[in-house]
Structures are given as structure tokens and as C-alpha cells.
Design a binder for this molecule. Structure first.
Ligand code: CA
Length: 611
């Protein structure tokens, strides 16, 4: 009797959702390079003691691994292509070690012989001439063969993703969604469905995932997954790449995930993410996350604490997804330590060792402790202000200093944020008429006090040289009234206080994009006829196809000044003198035609009348 009541109680509790069995939050690490790293002698350590990499990760709370599979990672002469040489045979060797440790396996089918991502989805060479039903058959058979092989080796995957970052389809051109010769969504989903059919027939318990990059781009995800639903594609989970220096802010990600959860009701997994624990490079092959501007953009210092804090904040985003559909994340290539030969490509180096979860020598980083912390989901005390940028502002007598409304703050968890500041202006009126140096008190919203140094220099009229450009130093915290034509995504006004990336003030203009881009930044001003000089400040990595300063519409011949960037913080000060304005106006243009990854910081334009 008593037990009947207990059973009834349990049933009713479970109906009310109180006893809902909660699946463990996924803490995964992509280990696709591990086979090659170990083959070439790479070793892993915990507190100086050598251990199996998988065991270290297991001890740190990692409960899933992810492995990519390439059909045949060799060139036409049969030579290995590198990047982990991720054949299903090699990857099975890793998966079958994970299983006895109780870890689950996500298998990432690229359906390519080598790297596949939104920019390239090449068919395996063996399928080069296959189309239509022949190609569908090949996809179906291959998928089943790989799964069968893994099961025969006690290494069955628990989740399978059909394609890698298939933003624009896979198996191009047959499965290309948009572009020349594209099979469109019809061609893409035809192939996708064959792969899914193979997985479902093989083992219906396997979770089927579809994976896109650009986690902050809700428009893209809606466009893509509406089509999946309308075309009755049978999938269980949405996989997402989110690198915070490329794919938007955590707020953008949260917005996207919340919308996807409500719109499609599928499980959501961040299957690729990472953060730098250092900007150092260990092997002479430059790192993808190699520059401080990426950390400023992403909002965390490139430190062990910054890496840890990013992961805590990422997990927080997932936990806030409605209906518990944010089920976890995978850290991409967390064990890619620098080992000679284990490069992204045969005979090339490692672009990722500063984003691994191990020191260069293979010792586990302290940031790995964050996984247990995330699994326990314990609230952390709010981070304290560690350092606030104190502005230094020059002004002329009688002119109010341009005090920033927000301050860049580094917090005790190594996150970087802009925080509103309230300035105490009670002494401003009396001081700004007398030349000298003054300190103004500012207060952040948590009560932290800071000072702005205001230097009042010169006499009221003599030094007041008028700059005819508006918002010349981007201190308005926006582009306005500058205009941008072309790839607007590449151009941003960013907090970049000196001594970092700004030449003066708090803001500077930054351009950068992870694909080729071009744009024109320009401003037209009305001004009295006369002679003027124009200048601005720039530093950047170089490599643009062209970078030009152009003046036009001023009554004289259009003039172009070619500029070459010479490195980070190597400031150049391009100038055009003797501009004879006769039309009462002038247009100033920066014209950039850049290659993928080109970047620069631009600041402090000055257009001054010389007579
Ligand atoms: Ca490197």
C-alpha cells in the first residue's frame, strides 16, 4: 500500500515536470587532431605528470568528444593532406578510447576529403563525377559504412552531424544552396536526407544534427532552418559555431538561440567555440587569434582567466535558452598543442595552440577547472572593476571638454566591457577659463570612482584652430556623419583608448573581416573657399590591395594618396597639403580594397585652413 502511494506520488511528480530526468549538460572537446599529435610524439600532463589526454579531460568534467571525418584525406598521389588526417579509421581509434571512459561521441561528417566550412565544401575526389541518384547512393552507403565500422570497433557515435558548417550547403555544386551551378535547397536537402536515412536505419537512437557557423546571425539561421522544416528534413538538433571574435556578441548569440528554441523546438548545441589564453605563438606559424584587437572585440583579455570567463558566460547563455534546449557546448580542438608535423596542412604549422586547453608543453591549463564549475552551475560573485580607462582630454579656454559617456573597464574576471560613467561637473565652469591641468571625478554604476584629466591650453582665440571635419576622431561613439559604402560589416567604431589602438580620445575606427572586402568611408563638408591641409592617423597589418586617401568635389582635380600600413602601433600620418577649395565644399574618402583578415585602426582626421 505504502509503496503504491509512493509510486503514484512519483508518477504525479514526474507528470508535473518536477522529477523530469535532466540530461547532463554537454561539456565537449573536439579532439580531431589528437591522433596525429600522439602519433608524432605529443604528450599531455596534469600538474607535470604524464597522462592520457582523454583521461585528463574526463577528470576535468568533459563528458563528450567530437571528431571530424574526412572521406580520404590524401592528395592525388596518395600523400596525407594533414590537418589531423581525419579518416574514419584514425578517428575510430580515438572514439574507442573515449567510450570506456564513459564519454559520448559526436561524429562530424564533412563529406569531403579535407576541411569543409562555409567557404569550401569540395566533393571527395572519388565522388567528383557523381551526380543525382549516384551521388545520393554514395552518401548513403558511405555514411552507413563509417557507422558500421565504428560499431564493429566498439566506438559508435551518440550524435552525428550531417556536414560541417553547411551555411551554403555541402558537396558542391550539387549540394550548393546559392551560387553558380547550385543545386539549391532541393539539391542540398536531397543529399542531406540520404545521409539522415542512413543514420536512422543504422540506429534510431543516434541524435541527428545540422550545423551552421555564425552563431550570432539569427537571420541566417531562420532562412536556413525554415527551409529544413518546410522540406521535412528529419533532424533532432541544431549545431552552431560561435567564435566571439567573429560571430557577434554573446547578446547576439542569446537572441538567436532563444528564437531558435521557440521557433523549432530542437536541442541546440554550440559545437565549436574557443578562446585564446595567450597571444604568444609557439611554432612560428602565426595564430588565427593573434592580435589584441580580437580580444577587445570579443570582450575578454587573452589570458587563462579570460578563457575561463568566456566559457562561463557562454554556458550562462545556453542555460538561459527556453525549455532547457541549450544543452551544451564543444570546445574546438582543445588539445591542439604545438607538435612538429601536426599542422593545419602537411608541412605547415599550428595556428591554434594559443586557443588550446593545454600549455604549449602539453600540461593542462588551470582554465580546465572551469568545466566542473559549469556542470555544478553554481552562481559566482559578480566581478569587480579591476581597471577603468581614465581619459585625458585637451580643450581650449571657454570650450567644454568632450567627456566620454562610457568607459572601457577591465573586470577582475578579465572581461572587458564599456560601462556608463557620470561626471561631476560642479567645478567645470570656473576651471575651463583658466589654462592648466584639472581632474574631474567620474563614477561608474557600481560606485567605482575614476578621474578624467582635463588640460586647458592656450588662450581663447589664438589656439582655436577649427577642424572642418565633423566627428574627426570618432569620439561621438558612432560613424555619423561619416558614410560607408560597400562592405559595411567590416567597418566599426570601437573603444580603443590610448595607449592601445586609438591615437587620441577613446574611440577609433577599425576595419577587419575574415573574408575579402572593400569599402569607401567618406564625409562631405561645406567650408569657406581657401587653402587647407588634410591629415589623419592610421596603423594596421598591411596587405591591402589598395588603401587610399582621396579628396574630391573641392573645385580642383581629384587627388589620391596611396597608403601602406606597416604594422601594429606603427602609426602613419598621411597628409595632403595645399588643397585649394573653390567650390565651398570638399569630400574626403578612405578607399579600401582588402584581402581576408586585413585590418587597421584609423583616428584623428584634421582638415585645417592654412590661409
Ligand atoms: Ca602557431
Amino acid at each position: 500500500m505504502r509503496s503504491t502511494i509512493l509510486v503514484l506520488l512519483l508518477i504525479s511528480l514526474s507528470c508535473m515536470g518536477i522529477m523530469k530526468p535532466t540530461e547532463e549538460f554537454i561539456i565537449g572537446v573536439d579532439l580531431s587532431m589528437l591522433y596525429e599529435i600522439e602519433r608524432l610524439g605529443g604528450k599531455f600532463y596534469e600538474n607535470g605528470q604524464q597522462k592520457d589526454c582523454l583521461e585528463i579531460l574526463k577528470d576535468k568534467g568533459v563528458n563528450w568528444i567530437r571528431l571530424r571525418v574526412w572521406n580520404d584525406p590524401t592528395d592525388e598521389d596518395g600523400k596525407p593532406l594533414g590537418g589531423g588526417n581525419c579518416s574514419h579509421v584514425n578517428m575510430t581509434e580515438i572514439a574507442k578510447r573515449a567510450k570506456p571512459l564513459g564519454m559520448k561521441v559526436l561524429l562530424d561528417f564533412h563529406y569531403s576529403d579535407w576541411w569543409a566550412d562555409p567557404g569550401k565544401q569540395n566533393k571527395p575526389k572519388a565522388w567528383k563525377d557523381l551526380h543525382g541518384e549516384d551521388l545520393k547512393d554514395a552518401v548513403y552507403e558511405y555514411t552507413k559504412d563509417v557507422l558500421t565500422y565504428m560499431r564493429e570497433h566498439d566506438a559508435s557515435p551518440d550524435m552525428v552531424q550531417i556536414g560541417n558548417e553547411v551555411n551554403n550547403g555541402f558537396l558542391w555544386p550539387d549540394g550548393l544552396i546559392v551560387g553558380a551551378g547550385a543545386g539549391g535547397f532541393e539539391g542540398f536537402t536531397g543529399l542531406l536526407k540520404e545521409a539522415i536515412r542512413a543514420v536512422r536505419e543504422f540506429d534510431p537512437r543516434i541524435t541527428v544534427m545540422i550545423h551552421l557557423a555564425e552563431g550570432g546571425n539569427n537571420e541566417l539561421f531562420r532562412w536556413f532552418f525554415d527551409e529544413m522544416v518546410n522540406r521535412n528534413v528529419d533532424f533532432d538538433a541544431i549545431g552552431i559555431s560561435f567564435y566571439p571574435y567573429w560571430h557577434g556578441t554573446l547578446e547576439d548569440l542569446q537572441e538567436n538561440l532563444n528564437d531558435l528554441a521557440k521557433r523549432y523546438g530542437k536541442k541546440i548545441v554550440i559545437v565549436e567555440t574557443a578562446y585564446a589564453w595567450t597571444l604568444q605563438d609557439a611554432d612560428g606559424h602565426s595564430n588565427i587569434f593573434g592580435h589584441i584587437s580580437m580580444a577587445e572585440q570579443a570582450g575578454y583579455l587573452p589570458t587563462i582567466q579570460g578563457q575561463r570567463s568566456f566559457l562561463i558566460d557562454l554556458a550562462k547563455v545556453l542555460r538561459q535558452v527556453p525549455n532547457d534546449l541549450g544543452v551544451g557546448f564543444f570546445y574546438w580542438e582543445g588539445a591542439w598543442i604545438p607538435v612538429k608535423g601536426a599542422g593545419w596542412k602537411t608541412n605547415e604549422g599550428n595556428p591554434w595552440e594559443n586557443q588550446a586547453l593545454f600549455y604549449f608543453n602539453g600540461d593542462a591549463l588551470p582554465s580546465l577547472d572551469v568545466f566542473v564549475q559549469i556542470l555544478q552551475d553554481q552562481p559566482l560573485p559578480p566581478p569587480q572593476v579591476l581597471q577603468a580607462d581614465e581619459p585625458s582630454i585637451e580643450t581650449a579656454p571657454g570650450q567644454k571638454p568632450q567627456l566620454p559617456e562610457e568607459i572601457r573597464v577591465v573586470f577582475s574576471n578579465d572581461s572587458i566591457k564599456t560601462v556608463p560613467v557620470v561626471w561631476d561637473l560642479s567645478s567645470l565652469e570656473e576651471m575651463i577659463y583658466k589654462p592648466g591641468e584639472y581632474l574631474l571625478k567620474g563614477t561608474l554604476n557600481d560606485g567605482t570612482e575614476l578621474r578624467a584629466k582635463v588640460t586647458v591650453r592656450g588662450t581663447a582665440k589664438a589656439d582655436a584652430v577649427e577642424n572642418y571635419l565633423v566627428n574627426p576622431s570618432f569620439e561621438a561613439a558612432s560613424l555619423d556623419p561619416w558614410k560607408v559604402e560597400g562592405e559595411t560589416k567590416a567597418v566599426k567604431v570601437v573603444i580603443a583608448s590610448p595607449p592601445v589602438n586609438a591615437h587620441n580620445g577613446k574611440y577609433a575606427l577599425n576595419y577587419w573581416l575574415d573574408k575579402p572586402f572593400n569599402f569607401k568611408l567618406y564625409q562631405t563638408v561645406e567650408l569657406p573657399n581657401g587653402t587647407y591641409k588634410l591629415s589623419f592617423w592610421i596603423h594596421g597589418g598591411g596587405g591591402e590591395n589598395h588603401l587610399r586617401l582621396i579628396i574630391s568635389e573641392y573645385g580642383g582635380e581629384e587627388k589620391t594618396l596611396n597608403i601602406t600600413n606597416t604594422g601594429w602601433l606603427k602609426w602613419n600620418n598621411p597628409k595632403i597639403d595645399e588643397i585649394k577649395v573653390t567650390s565651398g565644399r570638399i569630400t574626403i574618402t578612405i578607399d579600401v580594397d582588402a584581402n581576408s583578415g586585413n585590418w587597421a585602426w584609423i583616428d584623428d582626421f584634421a582638415l585645417l585652413k592654412t590661409d
